[in-house]
Design a protein around this ligand. Sequence first.
Ligand code: ZN
Length: 134
Amino acid sequence: MNCELCDKRATIHICEIDEGVKSEKHLCEEHGQQVEMVKYSYEVNCVQASPVSTTVSKSTMRTFRGGRNFLRKYGRMPESAEEWREGQTIPDDVPMAVIEDPEVLREFRRLDALVSFMQLRGRMPSRDELGDFP
Ligand SMILES: [Zn+2]
């Protein structure tokens, strides 16, 4: 089976159930990673809008954690699929870069709290639990 967006072989198969409607996506590795990135920014930006807590898939968890660890190591968010992949290979206790930009520092703290919460509970925080967030 080929990727829906190009002619490469599809190696990533994403099954999503949204309000009871099942949809499937078949993507090559590169496009799969891009979808993850879009999902990531959606989730980071929309987590406060989520009415109830939702479970976190292993791949989402990996994406968030990779973003957090990349940010911790380099002091900025990953910008390409390659950098996102690299983030997933960085250990949690990598020495932390000096982050001077207060915006970036806030994003790091937020992401760090989110990742810690997800590691502990295996789900996204609900709106009520977001009170604990920086
Ligand atoms: Zn593709």
